[in-house]
Design a protein around this ligand. Structure first.
Ligand SMILES: Nc1nc2c(ncn2[C@@H]2O[C@H](COP(=O)(O)OP(=O)(O)OP(=O)(O)O)[C@@H](O)[C@H]2O)c(=O)[nH]1
Ligand SMILES: [Mg+2]
Length: 453
């Protein structure tokens, strides 16, 4: 890690300013050559010029200097803020290389921060997630992780387990009768608590990863009930073609909206019904697939038409999905005289939220958005630890298995085996924040970052 690295840290060609970042022993020296300015103060902004090799002024810039170790990487760091666009930042980058810096690999700044002890593994990972996060809640949660809440949990659990291990090691040579029963009971309860907590983290993480990826919502229903009209109303633009011809939408249409900081992909589907038409029936297959992939389903029915075979078929689908998906039944076209008998829906889909509306009614659309936002809010309650990487989820699963084995050994007072399994749990739990001490592992993980981080 002797060499000084450089990268453009802002997205290419976007925005009014770009930042070129240098880290390493020679960072300051390079900036001095670049600007012909000698006096940079730690943690101060300095206005100066950048010159090219022919001594011509290239740009007016602001240099931020962070002396080691109080910098992102714990090394000397200089950030050069130049004017935006592609050309200038690239030119400054080129000059930095000319004066002896090396191009940073993606994630290399964060890797250095990690290797210099500035961040632990989970914090480094949280940074990668913040950059890629698709929702405001997710970035907030990751920022919290950055503060080290996962680290605290791992430390606390380790202490608990070490206490269990110490007890076991001391008691190993005693006969069963001499082992105090209340102590083992107490120990058992604590392990049970830890197991429960691990289970919660696992469940929570699986669910919350939605916040990172974004949600999917599909609008389904038989032909002509007003699905595309509803999509347009939600988007507040005429995105999909609407007509009174049944089968207007032949393939799925996708649009993304931002609902209170959450990214929601909305899929308008081809109406579900048995179809002779090959093109349409492919579309229908897709809409069934869309439903399977969705977190939310808006199932649209037409209040102005009598219940028919197609509605019943859709009801059938919905009952199989209602366990795992968030389902909202929309009774559409409430502006027309009501013909649809909704009793059968109430019977079959007990406890499911319903809403009567028509698509020209902004009130109805607002209500839909509110219901969805509420649901997403429930999904993003604070205070839990969120794990994103598969190896972490695996470490939790392994911890739970080992913990269960340890508990059953404690019950039968087979303390040697108990100790063995507790040591396993300690190893697995430690992997949450310090997975493996292998360099390639880091390269792989940090390589997922974008350049300049
Ligand atoms: N009166 C009334 N008409 C509506 C309402 N919503 C949609 N429509 C009309 O119903 C017809 C069908 O609307 P679409 O949005 O194309 O229906 P769809 O479900 O997408 O139909 P397919 O794509 O064929 O499956 C159009 O003529 C719309 O103008 C509503 O709330 N009230
Ligand atoms: Mg349509």
């Amino acid at each position: 890690m002797k060499d000084t690295i450089v990268a453009i840290s802002t997205p290419m060609g976007v925005g009014a300013i770009s930042v070129v970042r240098l880290s390493g022993n020679k960072a300051l020296e390079i900036v001095k050559k670049l600007t012909k300015h000698q006096d940079f103060k730690d943690r101060y902004a300095t206005l100066c010029h950048v010159y090219d090799e022919k001594n011509e002024i290239l740009d007016e810039v602001i240099v931020l200097f962070f002396a080691n170790p109080r910098s992102y990487t714990c090394e000397d760091v200089c950030e050069i803020q130049c004017h935006g666009g592609v050309i200038l930042a690239k030119e400054i980058l080129r000059l930095c290389l000319f004066f002896g810096a090396r191009l940073a690999r993606s994630g290399e700044f964060t890797k250095r921060a990690f290797l210099n002890g500035r961040l632990d593994f989970s914090q480094a990972q949280a940074i990668s997630q913040i950059i890629g996060a698709q929702s405001l809640q997710a970035s907030k949660m990751m920022s919290k992780q950055l503060k080290g809440s996962l680290n605290d949990f791992v430390e606390e659990s380790r202490e608990e387990l070490l206490r269990a291990l110490a007890f076991s090691e001391v008691m190993i040579d005693y006969s069963d009768e001499d082992i105090p029963e209340d102590t083992t009971q107490n120990l058992f309860q604590n392990l049970e608590k830890l197991e429960k907590k691990l289970g919660e983290i696992l469940e929570f993480s699986k669910m919350r990863n939605k916040l990172l990826e974004g949600y999917t919502l599909s609008i389904i229903g038989k032909p002509n009930v007003g699905k595309s009209s509803l999509l347009n109303a939600i988007l507040m633009q005429d995105r999909a073609i609407v007509s009174d011809f049944a089968g207007t939408t032949r393939d799925t249409i996708e649009e993304t909206i931002n609902l209170e900081g959450n990214l929601v992909k909305i899929i308008d589907t081809a109406g579900i019904r048995e179809s002779e038409d090959r093109v349409e029936s492919i579309g229908i297959q897709r809409s069934i697939e869309a439903m399977r992939q969705s977190d939310f389903i808006l199932a649209v029915f037409d209040l102005s038409r009598a219940l028919d075979e197609e509605d019943l078929q859709i009801l059938e689908y919905l009952t199989t999905l209602s366990q795992e998906k968030f389902l909202l039944i929309i009774y559409n076209k409430s502006d027309l005289p009501r013909v649809l008998d909704i009793e059968i829906f109430q019977e079959r889909l007990e406890g499911i939220k319903t809403l009567s509306m028509h698509t020209k009614d902004t009130q109805g659309v607002l209500q839909i958005k509110e219901i969805l936002s509420q649901k997403m809010l429930e999904n993003s309650k604070d205070g839990e630890i969120l794990l994103c990487a598969e190896f972490q989820l695996q470490a939790i699963r392994d911890s739970i298995t080992a913990l269960q084995a340890a508990k059953s050994m404690l019950e039968t007072l087979e303390l040697e085996l108990f100790s063995y399994h507790i040591k396993e749990v300690i190893t697995f739990i430690s992997q949450l924040t310090k997975p493996y001490d292998i360099d390639e592992m880091f390269d792989k993980m940090f390589g997922e970052f974008c350049l300049g981080k």
